[in-house]
Design a protein around this ligand. Sequence first.
Ligand code: IPM
Ligand code: MN
Length: 396
Amino acid sequence: MTSYTLALLPGDGIGRDVMDEAKKVLQCVEDLTPLSLTLNEIPCGGKYYLETGEEWPKGSFEFCRDEADAILLGAIGWPGAKTKDGDLAGGAVILGLRSGLDLYANVRPIKLYEGVRHKIHGEFTQVWKPGQVDMIIIRENTQGLYHALLRRSADKAQGREPWEPEDMEFPGLEGEVAWDPRPISRAGSERVIRFAFEAAQRRNGAPGDGNTRVTCVDKSNVTRGCQLFNRIYHEISNDYPDTETDHAFIDAFCMWAVRNPEWYDVVVTPNMFGDISTDLASVLQGGMGIAASANLGDKHGMFEPVHGSAPKYAGQNTTNPMAMISSVSMMFDWLGDTKDDADCRAVGDFIDRAVAEVLKGDTLTYDLGGSAGTTDVGDAVVAQLEKMLREHFAVA
Ligand code: IPM
Ligand code: MN
């Protein structure tokens, strides 16, 4: 029997609601497969900070680094929760782990499942067809415009004095100035761009024409950091002669992604551009209730829905848990690959199929035009998953 230790970080707001549904899925896997899962739930986030004065209990970073095989995160962010230095309280968790564990590739699949309608101009429609939207956006996750905050967060997570950039003068600017350096390094770009090309080799190409394509999205007409990123993209592309190269400036990409999503297969982009464009692109797949993600490095993986904590919906049993459940599926896929474990791979695939099956039905939350609760959707996924796992693993 293979056993895995998982760190569960529910965090804030609806992160806690959707984590409860993830736990049902994990329980089902524990009960019906040869996998044995040890779950360690760690309280954390902005609300926890307001209550305790800490972003998470001491030793949590070390647990995630040294004990956990994978990390599941709900969401971070609570109104009014700022640390003494003004940073997002809970940043030591989400950003401290991204930076401190070198989770350099933030993988965000944008896939439209059958039956899912997207809400635009207040109505549910089906502008795009399932076969037209299937891309992954890979967001650089350890530098760029987040660099200073990521460094500070990693330092706080590990009990070090938080790094601050040296003061700089800005000719032409008077009075108070706040600034965020946006360094982009060769090594940091190489690893995430190579990751993107490798990811493309394992896919079936862009939905529109079946071509394997990696699109570099940047602002290299304007910024030096993006010029370096773009140059390295072209260097690395030489190692993948059968993969089509493609480029879009971030502003144009936002337009093309909506007008022509079938063109895109794998997209790679610096940190903040990935943050923004993945919220936009989530509309193509039915919204943030569907958008899952993986934060991956060479040794560690953290999996989380893209949606954030949405405090005003917390605890109401209305949030769509699919983004979280799909993140659990991505976790098993990744465990399957990194540990070479066929059972994990199968489980990842079955969870994805169970999600797809439920999305075809009418047990849907409000964001997809239904009236089901968070718990109903979680139960429906578990019911589908149970059938599949029983059959595959031949459990009585
Ligand atoms: C995300 C979130 C985070 C980010 C916040 C919560 C720090 O928006 O994962 O997309 O900006 O990266
Ligand atoms: Mn975001």
